[in-house]
Ligand binder design. Structure first.
Ligand SMILES: Cc1ncc(COP(=O)(O)O)c(C=O)c1O
Length: 350
């Protein structure tokens, strides 16, 4: 049966009519020559939003992360990140392939590592004196943890420790605007403290594609070269950048609506006996541990799909997730609340 309420991910959105109009009317030029005014405008807006001097438009958040991490280490250097972070588990070992970095994944709590873990990890090795941790990558919000947010004090502690240890710090901020919304702070308050930050346009912001990497003028100059090396230097990319500019104008404040819908959804499912841990619902993700209902993950997903609701798998073998986004309405949420408990509980009885 065709999925009618698609809660699999915030990446499933398609451009709204207003966004399509903005794209159609975009003033464009040759981006490779830095002559596309819409790309330039987007880059300037995002740099300011994230509290950095400059930003670079790239096709995907994966490329933004890969370029940034390549700038922070030489082959043989060590990258530390939380073990389930996107850069370690979903980017096909890109940091090893592109940058020659050795990866060290640390077990996290809600996607967060601690400063003491970092100190231990970065302690000099007696065996390989010249193999150093040179860079850490943090993720906020953290996808595999279920859209979890770093409290600012914890972020400060880890970033300051990294600084003290002389490490470069990267933020995979694909969803940093969700984090800022949840904390009620300016995105720059989270992002400015990092050397580089990636931001994705094709998740909660609803663009068809695109991402940016932000940093100092000097770092972003180096990033331009890396982007070309990756084959990511484009031509009339303003057609797509216009979607980004439109999203910054129209789709940032509304992220709070996605969060409110996720909360309403989680509370109603919890009240109906579906295992949802409410204190873990901080942004637009809701995780359901179907193992606690005695259900197999794939069976649960198939039942839901058949009932017209799309959820998706997570890195945990018994946990499925629902993600709200700009195509999910209040009516969709009410319908999903109606359908999901009975569909899953019928599976338990069967
Ligand atoms: C935290 C995080 N970083 C980076 C990415 C990569 O985005 P893309 O698939 O657009 O390259 C994703 C995608 O899901 C993500 O969740």
């Amino acid at each position: 049966m065709r999925v009618v309420i698609d809660l699999r991910s915030d990446t499933v959105t398609t451009p709204t009519p207003g966004m399509r109009r903005a794209m159609a009317e975009a003033v464009v030029g040759d981006e490779q020559k830095r002559e596309d005014p819409t790309v330039t405008a987007l880059q300037e807006r995002v740099a300011a939003l994230l509290g950095h001097e400059a930003a670079l438009f790239v096709p995907t958040a994966t490329m933004a992360n890969q370029i940034a991490l390549k700038l922070h280490g030489r082959p043989g250097d060590v990258l530390v990140a939380e073990e389930h972070s996107h850069v370690l588990v979903f980017e096909y070992g890109g940091v090893a392939a592109h940058a020659g970095l050795v990866t060290l994944g640390l077990p996290g709590v809600a996607g967060r590592i601690s400063s003491s873990q970092l100190r231990t990890a970065a302690a000099p090795s007696v065996k390989a004196a010249d193999q150093h941790v040179t860079v850490i990558s943090l993720e906020n919000t953290h996808n595999n943890a279920g859209g979890r947010v770093w409290p600012l004090e914890e972020l400060t502690d880890v970033v300051e420790t990294a600084r003290e240890l002389g490490l470069a710090v990267h933020l995979d901020g694909a969803r940093v605007l969700n984090a800022a919304t949840a904390l009620g702070v300016d995105p720059a308050e989270i992002a400015a403290r990092f050397d580089t930050v990636s931001l994705c346009l094709s998740k909660g912001l609803g663009c068809p594609l695109g991402a940016l990497v932000a940093g100092s003028h000097a770092v972003i100059e180096r990033a331009w070269r890396e982007k070309h090396l990756f084959g990511g230097a484009m031509r009339q990319a303003g057609i797509v950048a216009a979607a980004g500019v439109y999203a910054l104008d129209h789709h940032v404040e509304r992220l709070a609506e996605d969060h409110a819908r996720a909360r309403r959804f989680a509370e109603a499912l919890g009240a109906a006996g579906v295992p949802v841990e409410l204190e873990r619902v901080e942004t637009n993700f809701v995780q359901i541990d179907v193992g606690r209902m005695g259900l197999e993950r794939d069976d649960a997903l198939a039942r839901l799909r058949h009932a017209g609701v799309g959820l998706s798998a997570t890195v945990s073998p018994t946990v499925i997730r629902a993600v709200t986004h700009l195509e999910i309405t209040d009516a969709d949420i009410e319908r999903a609340i109606d359908v999901i408990p009975s569909t899953l509980l019928a599976g338990v009885a069967a």
